[in-house]
Write a protein that binds this ligand. Structure first.
Ligand SMILES: *Cc1c(COP(=O)(O)O)cnc(C)c1O
Length: 387
């Protein structure tokens, strides 16, 4: 065992990431010295908070190629998804009530769509191929005159698979329907640009890119077209009336700093993580029977999802949990013993879904950790002395 390593080695960065010390340093003063309410317009405490919030709005906008006025702060991506989808469904109910989404979306999107379905909306659930990708012809064929929204995620949280976002944006534009993307796994990790990608609505979350938990943002396009959302919380009319509630100033400051660091360090960081991920991938795929889940190329650089045939995910996780922090899929569904619905939608037999592990590398993952993980897997898997 390499003695300078800290165990368990954290490889669950798709579930959440640690706060970057530079982010923590930036937001801590907003709990005490600068504790003001950003809506207090009558004194310096309020002004300082409001100024910090506006700087964060600029930083978040820059990360995704937006302008600051298009950023609405929320409590995270789950709230953002609810606001974007329900808010658009209500605002545009005069045009129709048909939404197109996909079977491998995060639960936040799936359950929001199911909620609307119960209330009378029509939802088209697009399938994916064995690589996890939707079919663009099928998407275009599904669009009707009463379609108001396409809701297709940028990057999948379990497999890292990247949907053809720019092409989806073009199709949406051509047919005059809005395009919402859950970019919670992509933002801060790979270049996301709402102009290039033709995105009208987008959500992201700070804790997936080295910011604090419980804070996120929704991007709402202002021009070409100007998109409006019906608020889902009633109250003081904060955030241009779209999202009432006293702003989480420290969280927002952290989100902004995290966004700034990600944008600056993205080229180097994603290159480094892709190399480490590929090292891990090659090493584990050399074990008998191990297979890759998800498109081999159109994938986040730091994510790896593998199946270990003749094993089951839970016994693998139990076996390794003192040494490696991993998950079988999304944290949100790992409380259940169901096989991953994402892998099921990709057409794999239950056995393949039941034997999957997700490796999520991150900013603080080191080469020594990856070498250690490979050492831990190799003897065990060869000698078949567990699980
Ligand atoms: C984590 C995640 C969410 C939920 O984000 P929260 O900020 O934790 O609510 C939504 N969508 C995807 C793709 C995610 O990975």
């Amino acid at each position: 065992m390499r003695s300078n390593l800290q165990f368990p080695i954290y490889l669950d960065n798709n579930a959440t990431t640690p706060v970057d010390p530079r982010v923590l340093e930036e937001f801590l003063p907003y709990y005490q010295q600068h504790f003001g309410n950003a809506a207090s317009r009558t004194h310096a405490y309020g002004w300082a908070a409001a100024e910090a919030v506006e700087l964060s709005r600029e930083r978040v906008a820059r990360l995704i190629g937006a302008v600051p006025q298009e950023i609405i702060f929320t409590s995270g991506a789950t709230e953002g998804v609810n606001l974007a989808i329900k808010g658009a469904a209500e605002m545009y109910s005069g045009k129709g009530n048909h939404i197109i989404t996909c079977e491998t979306e995060h639960k936040a999107v799936i359950d929001t769509c199911k909620h609307l379905e119960k209330k009378g909306a029509e939802i088209t659930w697009l399938p994916v191929d064995t690589n996890g990708l939707i079919n663009l012809q099928e998407l275009e064929k599904a669009i009707r005159t009463d379609t108001i929204l396409l809701a297709i995620m940028y990057a999948n949280n379990e497999t890292g698979v990247l949907q053809p976002i720019a092409e989806i944006g073009q199709i949406a534009k051509k047919h005059g329907v809005l395009f919402f993307t859950d970019a919670t796994q992509a933002a801060g990790k790979i270049p996301v640009d709402v102009q290039r990608d033709g995105i009208d609505l987008l959500t992201l979350s700070a804790h997936k890119f080295y910011g604090p938990k419980g804070v996120g943002a929704v991007y709402v396009r202002r021009r070409d077209p100007r998109v409006k959302l019906t608020p889902q919380l009633d109250g003081g009319g904060h955030e241009r009336g779209v999202r009432s509630g006293t702003l989480n100033v420290p969280g927002i400051v952290g989100l902004g700093k995290a966004a700034e660091l990600c944008l600056k360090e993205m080229p180097e960081e994603s290159g480094r993580l892709e190399q480490l991920r590929n090292r891990l991938q090659d090493g584990l795929l050399s074990l008998p029977g191990v297979v890759l889940n998800g498109h081999p190329v159109n994938r986040l650089p730091h994510t790896l999802n593998l199946s270990f045939p003749d094993r089951d995910s839970n016994s693998l996780l139990l076996h390794f949990n003192k040494k490696i922090a991993l998950s079988a899929g999304s944290a949100c569904t790992s409380a259940t013993l169901e096989p991953s619905y994402v892998l099921k939608a990709m057409g794999f037999p239950d056995q393949r879904s039941y034997s999957a592990l997700r490796f999520g590398l991150g900013r603080f993952t080191t080469e020594a950790e990856i070498e250690q993980v490979l050492e831990l897997f190799h003897p065990n898997l060869n000698s078949r002395n567990f699980a």
